[in-house]
Structures are given as C-alpha cells and as structure tokens.
Design a protein around this ligand. Structure first.
Ligand code: USQ
Length: 406
C-alpha cells in the first residue's frame, strides 16, 4: 500500500512508519516538526537522544534498504499545499496523527487552547476536505482517544464508539437508535478529538469517505521491534509535566529517585496500551477498512485498565521509589472505575502486551541509561485546568524542589 503518515515524526508516528515500512508498504511522512518546536518552547528534550527526521530516515535506509520519504508541511495551516501534495502522492491510505496530543499543554493558557483547537480541527478538516475535492478513495485512519468518552463510572462497559439507545417518539413508542457514545471531553485537547468524531460522521455520510477512528488509551513504553534495530532509530520518550504520560513518568521518577507523583488520591482509572501494540493495531485497522457508505469504524485501542495509585504501587515495589500524592492540577473525577470493550482488535488477531514487571524493569534501565539528560525541574505538572487549581499546584513545584535538595 502507498501510505501517507501525517505526523510521522511523533511518538506514535515514528514507530508506525518504520513498522509499516518493514512490512513492505510505501511510506511517505508529512510533518511540520511542531512537536520538536514545542520541546524548544518548553525547554525540554526527549529522554532518548533523537536525531533529525532526515537522519532517522538515512539510518533506516542504511539498516533495512527501505526508503521512507519526508515532506515538511503544515497541513493545518496550508490547505492548498496539502491538497497538491495528496494529489501528487495519491495514497491508498492516510494515517492522521498530525495533532497536538497533550491534555496539559492544551490547558496551559488561552494561547495554547487556541493553538490546539486551530491546529487539530483544521488538520483533520483540511485532509477530509481535500480527499473529497480530489475524489480520492484513500482509507482515512485517525488516532483518536479513549478520552472522548470521559471516565465517568456508570457501571457499564464502554462500547466501541456507538451506543444503542431507545428514544420515545411523540406517540409514546420506543424507537431504537444507534448514536455516537455521548462525548464527554476532559480537556481542550480531548475536546478536539470529540469534534473530529463529528467531522468523520459527516464526511462518511455526505461523501462516503472510508474512515477509521482509533480511540487509544494512555501509551506506555518506548521501543518497538524496529526502533531497536539501531541506536539512531530510537523513539522519543517524554517525561515532562506536559507531555510525559503517567506510567512513563513514574518509571523515570523511579529511575532517578524522585517520588512518584500521584495526582490526588490516584483513584483515577485509565485505559493503557504498549507502544508495540499501538503500531500493530494501526496495521490491523489498515487491513480492515470500512466499505464506502459505511459509518466510521471505531476501535477502542487499549489492552488493560489500571488505577493510577495501583500503577504507582507496582513501580514503587519494583524500584523502592517513594509515592507522593500531590494536588491534582486537573479537573477530573478523583475516583472512577472503567470497563472498556476492545473485542474488535482481539478478534482481528491482536495479542496484547500486558504490563509485566520485567518490562517495567527494562524501561527503568532505559531511564537510568539516560538519567543524565533529565531536567528535574521539568517533572512537576505545572499546567492546571482552572485558576483555582493553578494556585494549589505551586506546592507540587515546591515538593519537587525539596526532593531535589534531599
Ligand atoms: N497522572 C498522575 N501523575 C502524573 C501524571 C498523570 O497521577 O505524574 C494522572 C492524571 O491526572 C490522569 C492520568 O494520570 O488522571 C493519565 O494522565 P496522562 O498524562 O498519562 O494521560 P492523558 O493526559 O489522559 O493523555 C494521554 C495522551 C493523549 C491520549 C490519552 C489517552 O497524552 O494523547 O489521548 O493519554 S486517555 O487518557 O485514555 O484519554
């Protein structure tokens, strides 16, 4: 297949590109390198030393003999160049990962909210718009999030995207209807993914675009089979308060003797998936497109659920790290249960990589190897959801400073 990977330089994008290239697909990356620019803005760097995209591609060619092309292009900002590029490449499939993906970054300030909405909504709409205008039948695969459902606990398993409901009509008859599961975003970032769902529903209905939306959980891990092939193919690894995801942060914290930063009681339950399974799910989704005229296909891309304090306990038992309950900068339920259906991927052959202590130890080793690159002042989460919460989290920063002195 000819596959265009928008956002192919990012945390999910890079391992996806090399995974699909190793399977023999023709891959072109389109990326504006905004994730690297945000590192500069935040004054952080990936824990793992990351080469430029051009250098990564040179090494990939050297190691495997396979070519991946790269186009520097901002698809949110430049509709006409995006359309022109698509017309030239004419992909069989599109993987859309070109969105700002951190909830805390999206809540930092009014500027960050505006940036996240403009970037994410325009990126998705520009691609859908161009596909229609070019009369292109490429299968459109989008990286969505489990966060579109919210994490409320109503004691029912979250289905894969759609919900059967009964609506009473004006004559009192109960009419059955399938609806998109009610959107309940917990951040501006998650809100953009809810808006994406409406765009997908519209373009599938109006123009028969073939769309798959992957509702992914929190990703952990860093390596995949392909990124292990050479030091310079390594994936990025974020640990800072904005972009570091919770389990990877706990592992870094454990590796350098920083307390594990549990937000609030740690009673939040979230869905998780290892990075290797994430790229495999994308491959499975590509091989199972919807038909023209079908509603968007939605998969829950997760393999396990964990409560945050249980994860912290696991990492603490393995590493001897201390657990620190810090004021939660986010407006989220302090405690929630979460049951999620992921039957479609399991039926299509996904063999989940479940969280094993051995794998966590391996990751702590990665963290220890690059510990000298960690700036501890970037560990505390400093982006709060409301001004009230912002005033409470100064204590997190102080605790971070105290632990550095200790
Ligand atoms: N948390 C802590 N301590 C930390 C960091 C986070 O207790 O040091 C808590 C948060 O308060 C939250 C949970 O851990 O309750 C998850 O936070 P996270 O930063 O790991 O994940 P999140 O912000 O939800 O976002 C990440 C990705 C996003 C993806 C999402 C999937 O950045 O792109 O869409 O996971 S999901 O969470 O299922 O919506």
């Amino acid at each position: 297949m000819r596959i265009a990977v928008f956002g192919g330089d990012g945390f999910i994008g890079w391992p996806t590109c090399v995974h699909l290239s190793s399977l023999g697909h023709d891959i072109s990356i389109v990326d504006n390198l905004s994730r690297r620019r945000i590192d500069v803005e935040l004054g952080v760097q990936s824990l793992t030393p990351m080469d430029s995209i051009q250098e990564r591609l040179r090494i990939w060619k050297q190691v495997t003999g396979r070519t991946i092309r790269f186009e520097l292009l901002d698809i949110a900002d430049d509709y006409f160049r995006t359309r022109h590029w698509l017309d030239g490449y004419r992909p069989d499939a599109i993987i859309h990962l070109a969105q700002q993906r951190a909830a805390p970054y999206s809540m930092k300030s009014d500027w960050h909210k505006t940036y996240t909405v403009n970037n994410n909504v325009n990126a998705t709409h520009n691609l859908l718009n161009a596909l229609v205008d070019l009369k292109m039948d490429a299968h459109f695969v989008h990286m969505g999030t489990m966060g579109v459902y919210g994490y409320s606990d109503i004691g029912a398993t979250i289905p894969e995207g759609y919900l059967d409901v009964g609506i009473q009509d004006d004559l009192g008859n109960l009419i059955s209807k399938e609806i998109l599961y009610p959107a309940n975003p917990g951040s501006v970032y998650h809100m953009t993914k809810c808006l994406d769902q409406l765009m997908f529903a519209f373009y599938a209905k109006n123009d028969s675009l073939r769309i798959t939306d992957l509702h992914q959980g929190v990703v952990w891990g860093t390596h995949t089979s392909q990124t292990r092939l050479h030091d310079q193919l390594v994936n990025r690894f974020d640990y800072d308060g904005d972009y570091g995801t919770v389990l990877n942060r706990f592992l870094i914290e454990a590796a350098i003797g920083h307390p594990l930063t549990v937000h609030g009681t740690g009673g939040q339950t979230r869905a998780f998936i290892h990075i290797q399974d994430s790229v495999r799910c994308i491959e499975i989704a590509l091989n199972n497109p919807p038909e023209r005229g079908e509603r968007p296909k939605i998969f829950n891309q997760m393999t396990e659920t964990f409560r945050i304090r249980d994860l912290a306990k696991l990492v603490a038992e393995m590493s001897g790290a201390e657990i620190l309950h810090v004021p939660n900068p986010r407006k989220e339920a302090a405690e929630n249960d979460l049951k999620v259906s992921n039957e479609q991927f399991l039926e299509l052959g996904l063999k989940p990589t479940t969280l094993k202590v051995g794998m966590l130890e391996e990751l702590v080793d990665v963290a220890r190897k690059f510990a000298h690159r960690i700036d501890q002042s970037k560990i505390p989460a400093q982006s709060a959801w409301t001004p009230e919460l912002q005033s409470q989290i100064s204590s997190i920063v102080d605790l971070g400073k105290a632990s550095r002195k200790a």
